[in-house]
Design a protein around this ligand. Sequence first.
Ligand code: NAP
Length: 287
Amino acid sequence: MMKITGKTTVCGIIGDPVEHTLSPAMQNAAFQALGLDWVYVPYHVTEEDLPAAIYGMRSLGIRGLNVTIPHKVEVLPLLDSLDKLAEQIGAVNTVINRDGKLTGYNTDAFGFLQALAGNGVEIEGKNIVVMGAGGAARAAAMALGGKGANLIVINRTAKTATELVARVSYFLPGARIMALEMNEENLRAVAGDSQIIINTTSMGMNPYANNSPMPAHLIQPHHTVFDVVYSPLKTKLLRDAEMGGAKTINGLDMLVWQGGAAFEIWTGKKAPIDAMKLALIEAFVEK
Ligand code: NAP
């Protein structure tokens, strides 16, 4: 059991809802693995209370926060400074408090790339479909845009996809990227030509575990299908991809690596990735 004293350093996660989060299991396991007198707690913070919560981070001396849905964009103007990548992505999932000065980072992009690399997926020169254009898609597209891939961002709301493509093109002028509206005809056209299919939409996330953004018959054995959704770990998209003979990657590795990067920002120490992954898997099993 962890012993909390007056010297214990506090980190946490803010979101609405936040009850489902598995980050406390992962981060507390990391603190314990390194013998740190630190603790990580979930805070339920509504949109209305976000400014007060961020202000309170300074006065309470909270060292670090993860920021999750729906605050990843709204938190930006409440911080003192932004890391360059967080500024380019336009979303923050990690905040560090250095003597009352708050700096925002985005570790989702790093986690996303590590998940692909760790599963042996090469990006350069590949045709990649990114389904979705929300916060996770922004991190994914910015991460992939600098890696020499040909990207198509396909989203239910075409305007959001167009805005995302404009954003990536602005910050990464050499990026090969285009936007499309998500419909069956466009999905068929892009799936046939692509090697890597990535879902960043919340379709398939609990409680909609029987939904998938990509019709099963469009998935072929040459595809690598990466679903960033981690609840459930095996989404309908991944089940369909397995049935279709494709290589699959679930959202667990991205979750671990984005958490590891946040841990390193707060503590300045190398994250114990294996201990964090094990704690997450145990938390998934207990859920
Ligand atoms: P978000 O900003 O709310 O974006 C949601 C996206 O899903 C939008 O593109 C939205 O399209 C699309 N969408 C939602 N419902 C849809 C539907 N019924 N049909 C078609 N498209 C639909 O959310 P986010 O922050 O990007 O998160 C998305 C998912 O990624 C969540 O499940 C989250 O848990 C997961 N995630 C995982 C990790 C990880 O570490 N593994 C990290 C970050 C996020 P519109 O623009 O048309 O609304």
